[in-house]
Design a protein around this ligand. Sequence first.
Ligand SMILES: [Zn+2]
Length: 313
Amino acid sequence: MVAASTFAVGLGPASAAPRFDSPMTDAEYGPAGPLPDPGDKARSPLTDLAAYPKLTSGQLAAKVAAESVARESADQRESAPFMELTDTSTLPDGRVRVTHFTFIPGTDATKAVKSLRERGFKNVKQEQPEAKPNASDSGIGAFGPNDCALGQARSVTCPNSWWSNLGRNNPVVLFNDHSSAAWPTTNAVYKWNQTPNIDSWYTWNNCNPSNVHCVDVWSGNYGDTGGLIGETVHYYIPPNHGRIIDAVVRLNDWYQPDTWTRNAMVTHELGHVLGLGHNQWSGDVMHQYVGTREDIGGENPALLAQIYSIDRQ
Ligand SMILES: [Zn+2]
């Protein structure tokens, strides 16, 4: 349980009853007031790219080949699945908002969908493990044309979702972490930075460098949100549906998964931020059920390297 002094979202004591009406998914920004204790993360320097080198094309090809043979790894484990739901909505101001919701194991999917719909998320979907390729469906969770996929890794939207370069050789997504020490955001950022053609940087509560995309990662004690432990939100402006203009991650400190699961979960949410959707490998960090793996795998960085092989200003 988070100490009372870090409980700063103004909800009062966490209630025992599920509350899908928490501001967790309503506010575009994180909790106001004092930030949670970041622990050692507050001293993390801006990501040193030399310390976290990119995968070479050879290393990337080897990872993809290895996974096509055996889609398991030593750090994969059996785990109760975290359910994922996805909503796509057009906001009154014209932006398109895609939200990935992550729920703790044991959450009743029917109740969760019903509650989210009552709160205005009218397009909530749960991807089906048995889904078949469907080139005519451009929606989230459906297989699209080849330009949004490599192997079974998927992008958030079809065509691809992407961040613009902003004049840099690689687009930079600077994860501006405001989350508590319990969330291993640093680890996840460094893992994703191995991906060629896009840079993932970490800072704590600071986003100064120019020509970067600042993505806030918040945590707060949002109370018992009916199993809702985390979410990643993307915003787009049509018709450039693939151009991500903003994203935010929110994590609920009320729930207390173990460290391994937190690593898997944060890695998964940050993969979404970079443009990845869900795939159908049960042993992949971007599987629709979170919590079976914590490393980035082979297909995911390969897809991102492909997406970001094009410079978009
Ligand atoms: Zn997800």
